[in-house]
Design a protein. Structure first.
Length: 193
């Protein structure tokens, strides 16, 4: 209930107006109750970011549920992350007021979220079995994909807002590190990217 109220408040009022007092009142509680659940506003924000990210991961999984090839799953999930997750209105409102001012840094700073996301990727890589590169540990693959996702969200890869370019980037540079039988390399960056 507190996170529902926090999400509504940040979405409708913005960052500055969404004080702990306002969120508590909207949820029908006192400020003391909210501080019992979340020791600080940063802890509340972290819980909210984790909640939104888990919801995004579930939506991505649902969109890709018929995709069975590990390479295609990695590719398409990274395309969605690069082109959609950073545009989430709630994540943008919250992240614009962090020191770094971006969604990727906010996600990277959340130890809880990093563990949740890495765990999701690791589970997928465990199921990939012999389709993964020989000797590659699922946990290592998961951390690698998470770092690529953060790099895409930070815009460190040219053209990270272009789905086709991200797809080419992942297929040429990321999948060879992960899958047993990657596609042959080809052009990645367009003249403008």
């Amino acid at each position: 209930m507190l996170l529902d109220a926090a999400e509504r408040s940040f979405a409708h009022r913005g960052y500055r107006a969404s004080t702990m007092q306002v969120i508590a009142r909207d949820a029908g509680y006192t400020r003391a109750v909210i501080y019992r659940h979340f020791g600080s506003r940063d802890q509340l924000l972290d819980a909210l970011v984790v909640r939104v990210a888990v919801r995004k991961m579930a939506a991505i999984a649902a969109r890709l549920e018929t995709t069975t090839d590990p390479g295609d799953l990695v590719t398409e999930s990274l395309v969605i992350v690069a082109t959609e997750v950073g545009q989430d209105p709630l994540l943008r409102v919250i992240s614009e007021h962090t020191d770094e001012g971006n969604v990727a840094a906010m996600i990277a700073r959340s130890a809880t979220l990093s563990e949740v996301l890495a765990g999701q990727f690791e589970m997928g890589f465990r199921q990939a079995g012999d389709k993964l590169r020989a000797g590659l540990r699922p946990g290592d693959a998961a951390r690698f994909v998470l770092s690529v996702a953060l790099g895409l969200l930070l815009g460190l890869v040219p053209g990270a807002d272009d789905a086709e370019q991200v797809r080419r980037y992942v297929q040429v540079f990321v999948l060879p590190a992960l899958v047993a039988d990657p596609s042959p390399a080809g052009p990645v960056f367009t003249a403008s990217g």
